[in-house]
Ligand binder design. Sequence first.
Ligand SMILES: [Mg+2]
Ligand SMILES: [Zn+2]
Length: 246
Amino acid sequence: MTALTQPKRLAAFDFDNTVIFGNTDTVVRDLIKCKIPPEVQELIKTEGWTRYMEEIFRILHTNKITKEKILQTIREIPEVPGFVKLIKTLHKANFDLIIISDSNSEFIREWTQSHGISEIFTQIFTNPANFVDNDLLTIKPFHHQTTCKLSAENLCKGKILSNFIAKREVADFIKYENVIYVGDGTNDICPVMRLREKDVGCARKGYGMKRILEKNKNSKLSPKSRIIYWENGFDLMEQLREYLNQ
Ligand SMILES: [Mg+2]
Ligand SMILES: [Zn+2]
């Protein structure tokens, strides 16, 4: 650590089913009232979720579902109780905050802006998306990776987390004393596997991430960090209290 290096803490959040009570992609997909063609459905297996969503957005467009309707649907997704408060509290406690999500930039920007928390994130890592002519939402994969087998080709959350931490140290002289990672899904396992003893992995009760962590307990696939299981933002805040008081 150089003399210039500032100690800080980092909280990294998944978005769908962690911060918000639901999944942005499926909520928007459900605006389509006709049957999804089997060849589009098939894309989930053959080309991955992001490619599938690209087609879903095209169908929304064909069905004249407007940008405003889509964004309104996003804004109306409720938070997981207590999460907006938790995020604001961590920010006040001098945490850096990031989101790492397989949703997309339009949805996350819309939801965080409408809930008054968009400004407090240092960075949001997700699939880039934007509306083009006549309300068509287009989406691209965040990256393309084939080295991490725990993650999908379009998004290795572990790599994103490690790269962010390394870059902060080299470029901004910020070294994270503790890293807290909060998620719910199976794609949140990879980042937690990269945490250190002094970090905390937080898995939502009743979801895939917790299931895998429990299955791997006491095996070499078990993470080094402390693991917390949470139900909502309020009990998670309670469990993280020791990190909030300094
Ligand atoms: Mg999730
Ligand atoms: Zn990975």
